[in-house]
Every structure is written in C-alpha cells, then in structure tokens.
Design a protein around this ligand. Structure first.
Ligand code: SF4
Ligand code: SF4
Length: 282
C-alpha cells in the first residue's frame, strides 16, 4: 500500500513563504466539503515556518523549518478525537469539520502545536495535505508545487520504502521520542536542532599574518579526537552536528609541524564562534 509522505530539505528552504501562501490561497474562504472548512483570513499558520540563527559575525547561518500537521501514524489527536479525527488509508490525517465542531480540546492533543482554532466556525483545523487535490489526481500538494527551490518533495511510496529511504538519506522527523511516527521527514535538520563550533586559522610568517588554508583542525572531547578537518581557502573551519549541552571541548590546530595551544570551549544552547587562532609559522 502506497502512502503519502513529505520530505523537506532544511538546507534548501529560503523562507520565501510560498508554501505558506499556497495554503492560504487554497483554503482561505474555501469550504471543501468532505475534507475541511475554510481557513480564517487571519491568525492561522497551517504551514508554520520556524527559524533559527546560529553563530555570530563573521560565521553565521540561518535555518528555516516549514512545519505543519505531520500526519502521524500514531497520532494522539486521533485518540483524543473519538471519531472526530481520522487517518485515511493513504496516510493523510483529516479533522472532520462536522464531528470536530466545538472540540477546542483537540488543540492540546497535538504535541506539535499543528492544530489551529477557528473561532468563527468553532473548529479545530490543520493542513489536510491537500487531500482533495490529490484525490483529483494531482501529483503533489500545492506547497510542494509552489516551492521555488525544490526544498519540498511529496512521495507516495510504501512505508517500508520510506523507512529505507529515511535510513539511507539520514532523514529525521520532529520529536521522534514522542512515538507519534510523523509522515513529514526532514533532511539537514541538524541546522536547526544541533550546534556548530567554528573559527579561522591564521598563520604568521615574517611579521605577515594571513589566512591559513589546509591546516589540520582536531576537535577533542575528554582527551580523544572526535572529529578532524582541514581549513578552507579562507582558513575557516566548522564542526557541525554537535549536541547542545554537550559540555567541554578543545580545538587543536597543526600545520607543517607547527602546533597551536589547545583552545577550550563549552557547548551549551548556542553555537560557538571561537574566532581567530594564530599559528606561529616562523
Ligand atoms: S501533527 Fe498533531 S494534528 Fe497532525 S496528526 Fe500528528 S498529532 Fe495529529
Ligand atoms: S516554498 Fe520552499 S523555499 Fe519557500 S518557504 Fe516553503 S519550503 Fe521554504
């Protein structure tokens, strides 16, 4: 049985909001009988783009994570809905606009905050994956079709194939520890959930200071090397995917037999820009 999934590449999302607007265009003022009631003009973000900046000048990056109803396979909203929320055979979760009337409690049932309250209609609502369009033969929901960077991809494949793909491509879901089994997967989610430690290696020779390309940089934890890389053409290095609150590290730099003093730092909730590390070459 083939089911719908969404794969979103955080590294390719530029926060243009086309996906958000496509959903507005599709649902604001449009009742879709059998699927959902219209979205109110203001207040709802059925596609909600989260953002995070990491680092500080001159080493900064930004990550954008479009979120929505995850169409979970073990959805707490279905259990809480007592018939008001249903999962279709193709994996899509729909909140029944008739049966869910007045069920404000369903907002609290979704651990992702993906359900919005429609005050005028007295209805809990979430993005229904454009199920009405897919049922008419569309090959992908509108947010996917409106994405100019290809950051979103809709896949209708078997669960076994999706699990294999997730393993092979390192795809992640949001808050897997909840056991809700979301059908929305992310590539490069570490840019939002993990931290980096970076800096620049400079070499000084004959009183001249310059960026040092190709210097070996090692990252040590508890005295052991956990990662190593070479500086780029600008002398920059960046260790990514580090765990928040992972504590004390050291950076060691070597180049052509020269070695820097160890540079200690601590990782808490923010990425670390170590700054310049100067290597005396002569
Ligand atoms: S994301 Fe929330 S609303 Fe959507 S299926 Fe999961 S629990 Fe239900
Ligand atoms: S349309 Fe694509 S690039 Fe634009 S915000 Fe949505 S996912 Fe990101």
């Amino acid at each position: 049985m083939k089911k719908w999934n969404l794969v979103i590449d955080v590294a390719e999302c530029h926060n243009c909001n086309n996906c958000f607007l496509a959903v507005k265009d599709e649902y604001v003022g449009n009742d879709i009988p059998g699927y959902c009631a219209s979205q109110p003009l203001h207040g709802h973000k059925w596609i909600n783009i989260l953002s995070r900046e990491r680092g500080r000048a001159p080493m900064v990056d930004a990550a954008y994570v479009p979120t929505s109803c995850n169409h979970c396979d073990a959805a707490p909203c279905i259990e809480a809905g007592r018939g008001a929320v249903k999962k279709r055979e193709d994996g899509i979760v729909l909140i029944d606009p008739e049966a869910a009337k007045g069920r404000r409690d369903l907002l609290g049932a979704c651990p992702y905050g993906a359900i919005w309250w429609n005050e005028e209609r007295s209805l809990p609502q979430a993005w229904p994956f454009d199920a009405h369009l897919l049922d008419r033969g569309w090959s992908a929901p509108r947010p996917v079709q409106s994405c100019p960077t290809g950051a979103m991809q809709a896949l209708k494949i078997s669960d076994a194939e999706m699990a294999q793909r997730a393993r092979r491509e390192g795809l992640q879901t949001l808050r897997p520890e909840l056991g809700t089994r979301p059908r929305i997967y992310y590539r490069n989610l570490h840019r939002y959930t993990r931290l980096f430690a970076g800096g620049t290696v400079l070499g000084t020779r004959g009183g001249v200071v310059d960026c040092l390309a190709g210097a070996r940089v090692e990252l040590l934890k508890d005295g052991s090397t956990v990662a190593a890389l070479d500086t780029d053409a600008f002398g920059d290095f960046k260790f990514d995917r580090l765990e928040p609150e992972s504590g004390a590290y050291e950076v060691h730099v070597t180049h052509a037999g020269h070695r820097s003093a160890p540079v200690p730092f601590e990782l808490r909730q923010e990425s670390i820009v170590i700054g310049d590390i100067l290597l005396q070459l002569t």
